[in-house]
Ligand binder design. Structure first.
Ligand SMILES: N[C@@H](CCC(=O)N[C@@H](CS)C(=O)NCC(=O)O)C(=O)O
Length: 291
């Protein structure tokens, strides 16, 4: 009798394992089919139409990610047609934004801008002198690779992601996962290095970056002179991020009180490249006339 029960028991386990394997397999196939369908749709966007993969719009900016804003601003500057996809905001390399163009995927705002610049012959930095090109390059790296981490330090270490969550429409479960997300971002800050400094030190570094931008911009309409170039896409993206999505940070106060030329710059770029700003932000925000 005992032998029969053991056989029955092992048959039971086998069925459980097979059912679980079948379920997991079905989920995998289902997800694969969905993924392939999305790619087919993106390929059908049209020749040379850029599909930008990014999160849904924020409440105050068309996207809370400054790198997405940088990329979208470039597409507008270069007048390259694009479509938005919010279903797969992170690409194969786990980076956001990424793009699909003519069926090919590419990630990293800077690499994408350089690729599109060559493909569409839209390189605005090229018309600058060699020295100006070097300055534009240095400012781009300062913004994307230094200022970016300084701002993240406030966002995650000081503010614990509160201002970020306020800038997006949130399904209820986001508040449960926020803690883990913020802790993971603090780890990233630590590994990058910025998270090892005191907030006072980071605040000083941020002020220096903003001061450098304000000084070099001076009275010019754009960072490199009379016309906008690629570096303005980074600059506009990060400064507008501070003004709209870091409203409780000391950096918001720095710009609005100490650097009126940076504030005027954001207004100018926004008016010229984002006249439809209010239609691009999440329409559920409390005040649609917020500017
Ligand atoms: N160098 C990249 C940076 C992009 C980036 O850091 N994006 C963030 C969102 S704003 C991201 O993808 N984070 C994913 C992660 O840190 O794992 C670019 O220029 O696009």
């Amino acid at each position: 009798m005992a032998g029969v029960s053991e056989t029955e028991a092992s048959c039971g386990w086998v069925s459980v394992v097979m059912t679980v394997a079948l379920l997991l397999g079905s989920v995998y196939v289902y997800r694969y089919v969905i993924k392939m369908n999305r790619r087919r749709r993106w390929r059908q966007a049209g020749k040379d139409v850029v599909v930008v993969h990014c999160p849904s719009p924020g409440l105050f900016t068309p996207c809370v990610s400054p790198f997405v804003m940088k990329f979208l601003t470039y597409l507008r500057l270069a007048q390259i047609p694009y479509q938005l996809d919010h279903e797969e905001p992170f690409g194969q390399r786990g980076l956001c934004p990424w793009m699909t163009v003519n069926g090919e995927g590419l990630a990293d705002s800077q690499l994408m801008i350089e690729w599109l610049g060559q493909h569409f012959h839209k390189n605005f930095t090229k018309r600058l002198t060699e020295t100006q090109q070097a300055v534009a390059r240095a400012f781009t790296i300062m913004i994307d690779e230094h200022l970016c981490w300084c701002l993240r330090e406030w966002r995650f270490k000081v503010d614990n992601g509160r201002n970020l969550v306020e800038a997006m429409r949130q399904p209820w479960y986001v508040h449960i996962f926020k803690y883990f997300f913020v802790e993971a971002r603090k780890q990233t800050l630590w590994h990058q290095g910025m998270g090892r400094h005191t907030h006072t030190q980071v605040q000083h570094m941020t002020q220096m970056d903003l001061h450098a931008l304000s000084t070099y911009l001076g009275e010019k309409p754009y960072l490199m002179g009379e016309e906008a170039s690629e570096v303005d896409c980074s600059m506009f993206a990060f400064l507008s991020n501070i003004l709209y999505n870091y409203s409780r940070s000391p950096y918001y106060t720095t710009i609005t009180e100490d650097y009126p030329n940076l504030q005027a710059y954001v207004k100018r770029v926004k008016e010229s490249l984002w006249p439809d700003w209010n239609q691009c932000v999440d329409q559920t925000r409390p005040d649609p006339n917020f500017s």
